[in-house]
Design a binder for this molecule. Structure first.
Ligand code: C2E
Ligand code: MG
Ligand code: MG
Ligand code: MG
Length: 252
């Protein structure tokens, strides 16, 4: 299978997209996003191959690769003297359902030397199919010292009551809501409500897919803490982020 071969041939790499504090525009973290450079096709986006990786079971190896690489890279940035920030890694529902996920995470931390507080795992509402075992897995991950967030918040069909049960600290507002905040009063109302609810629950909130100044201003006015999107930066290879980080470091 091309995907499995691609993994062993080193065709996969990890891009990083900055996450910023909305008020100060300071970098507070990065999200790790996998890329596949296929020898014939070129760059293939994860939206195309993640579902195939899930169907074929390759997601476990691929997910472990991204996790290890993201931890290693973040430790390398710290060793280079950049002010520490978190790296957020997407965890597929299938990975989350695997009994040994906490062990895999622990190993990635150990082999990279990254402190757990600098790793965040992004889970989607789809992992929450079985609330009881989901809580147990989350608890085991939180005990390692890593942070958990809910990705694409508001797009799943899960009940809101999980927000009070799960040991998460961040909600990521899905980009479809962000996209329409200026044009669709109902999406704007949903975004405002998610921000307020998150804060009432003591959760951090980050808006995904911020593409315009007007969206950033709206979110700032609504007290959203953090943002991520093309308005700030596109996902980029680690080397490209390097120059950005070192420039940033000097300006602080
Ligand atoms: P996601 O985790 O919700 O990641 C955000 C996606 O939005 C990324 O797409 C990112 O490039 C894109 N994005 C960021 N800013 C903007 C913006 O301003 N406008 C628009 N239109 N898009 C923006 P990407 O990299 O293509 O990844 C798509 C999805 O694939 C991710 O959605 C995530 O669900 C999945 N994915 C990516 N990497 C991994 C991985 O390592 N493991 C797993 N399991 N899934 C991954
Ligand atoms: Mg994500
Ligand atoms: Mg998302
Ligand atoms: Mg998504």
């Amino acid at each position: 299978m091309a995907l499995r071969k691609g993994i062993s041939r080193g065709e996969f790499s990890v891009y990083y997209q900055p996450q910023v504090n909305l008020a100060t525009e300071e970098l507070i973290g990065v999200e790790a996003l996998v890329r596949w450079t296929h020898p014939e096709i070129g760059i293939i986006s994860p939206g195309e191959f993640i579902p195939i990786a899930e169907e074929t079971g390759s997601i476990h190896r691929l997910g472990e690769f991204v996790l290890n690489e993201a931890c290693r890279q973040n430790k390398a940035w710290q060793d280079a003297g950049v002010d520490p920030f978190r790296v957020a890694v997407n965890i597929s529902a299938l990975q989350f359902a695997q009994k040994d996920l906490p062990l895999i995470v622990e190993r990635a931390l150990e082999s990279s030397g990254l402190e757990p507080e600098y790793l965040e795992l992004e889970l989607t509402e789809t992992v929450i199919q079985s609330a009881k075992s989901a809580i147990e897995t989350m608890q085991a991950l939180v005990e390692l010292g890593v942070h958990l967030s809910i990705d694409d918040f508001g797009t799943g069909y899960s009940s809101l009551s999980y927000l009070k049960l799960f040991p998460i600290d961040t909600l990521k507002i899905d980009q479809h809501f962000t996209k329409n905040i200026e044009t669709d009063a109902k999406d704007a109302a949903l975004v405002k409500t998610i921000i307020r609810m998150a804060h009432e629950l003591g959760l951090n909130v980050i808006a995904e897919g911020v593409e315009t100044k007007a969206q950033a201003e709206f979110l700032k006015a609504e007290d959203c803490n953090q943002a991520q999107g093309y308005y700030y930066n596109k996902p980029m290879p680690a080397e490209e982020l390097d120059s950005f980080l070192y420039r940033y470091k000097k300006s602080v």
